[in-house]
Design a protein around this ligand. Structure first.
Ligand code: GLV
Length: 322
């Protein structure tokens, strides 16, 4: 009987799929992500065949050493920067992700952050709750309309493409995207253009949205120098991975008014926040919930369980990273 360990409670549909195959399934009952020590203790407790893990679980040499029987680490996430791919390759261990899980929802959340920033929703809510609203004021909390403005996308995969579609067709925005490879699908959309450098996108956009994976070449892709290129009236939104932006440089840019505001669902030292970030009124933060709907989370449970089942029943998972 195959033994599978799930590192965090997930929607029941994924658990049922594994149990229906007759697998023995153990689930961590921790209310927070496992520390690597706790994770390793679990892994050593039984000869597991597969692990369904979270983006917060670092899967590296230490983990592989503690779990020599595990043939697959199936990430419950689109991103996979928590995997040491080189080490997995050496050991012939499969790594998988859920590339289609919650794509449209992450795009919606990106738009929620853009609109919340430009309509000053959080500031307005706080102001009203605090009893400060004394009557209509033409000068109160002026925001920025997005219609007709330039939306700059850094990264144009599935999520970036959906964000572009909403911006171009919903708000009549001009969309400029930069990616290391051109994406024919995004270019089929009206008003979407490829710009050959990040610098151009940063200089000319009113809203910049980040949609690249975190890999060595994208760590601090948006650093102090590049933040300086952005317009003072512009906003930046990040629903990809926190470390793509140098968060210390971002706090500085927001503090000094070098840019107008930021909407972040991800953080460089997640779950930690860079000092000063949440003191700023021109920042909206959400706790890595961009794909958090019941549908998306069930889809991710199905996809991550399917990858394990496909390996054990048919010899190869579907969404193989390595
Ligand atoms: C969430 O951040 C994911 O990668 O799915």
């Amino acid at each position: 009987m195959k033994k599978v360990f799930i590192t965090r409670r997930i929607p029941q549909n994924g658990i049922n799929m594994l149990r229906d195959k007759g697998y023995e399934v153990d689930i961590s009952s921790n209310e927070s992500p496992l520390t690597q020590e706790e994770f390793i203790t679990f892994l050593k407790s039984k000869p597991y065949d597969g692990v369904l893990c979270m983006l917060s679980d670092r899967i590296d040499a230490k983990v592989f050493d503690a779990a020599p029987s595990v043939r697959i680490f199936s990430n419950y996430a689109i991103g996979f920067d928590n995997f040491d791919i080189v080490e997995a390759k050496k050991r012939g261990v499969y790594l998988t992700n859920t590339p289609h899980g919650g794509v449209d929802r992450v795009a919606e959340h990106t738009w929620a952050l853009i609109l919340a920033l430009t309509c000053r929703i959080v500031e307005g809510d706080t102001y009203t709750r605090e009893g400060k609203y004394t009557g209509f004021d033409p000068m109160l909390l002026q925001g920025m309309k997005v219609s007709g403005k330039v939306l700059g996308l850094i990264g144009a995969g599935r999520i970036g493409t959906e964000v572009a579609r909403i911006g171009a067709s919903g708000f009549g925005m001009r969309v400029a995207y930069y990616d290391i490879v051109r994406n024919e699908k995004i270019e089929e959309l009206q008003n979407v253009t490829y710009w050959p450098t990040i610098e151009d996108v940063l200089k000319q956009s009113d809203i910049v949205s980040i949609h690249v994976p975190l890999i060595a070449s994208t760590r601090h892709l948006i650093d102090a120098e590049r933040l300086k290129l952005m317009k003072e009236s512009s906003f930046i939104v990040n629903t990809s991975r926190g470390a793509v932006i140098d968060e210390t440089a971002l706090v500085e840019a927001l503090k000094t008014g070098a840019i107008m505001g930021a909407g972040l669902d991800v953080f460089e030292y997640e779950p930690g926040l860079t000092s000063g970030l949440t003191d700023l009124k021109n920042v909206i933060v959400t706790p890595h919930i961009a794909s958090s709907t019941a549908e998306a989370r069930q889809d991710m449970a199905r996809m991550s369980a399917t990858n394990i089942i496909e390996l054990f029943e048919n010899g190869r998972p579907i969404d193989v990273i390595q």
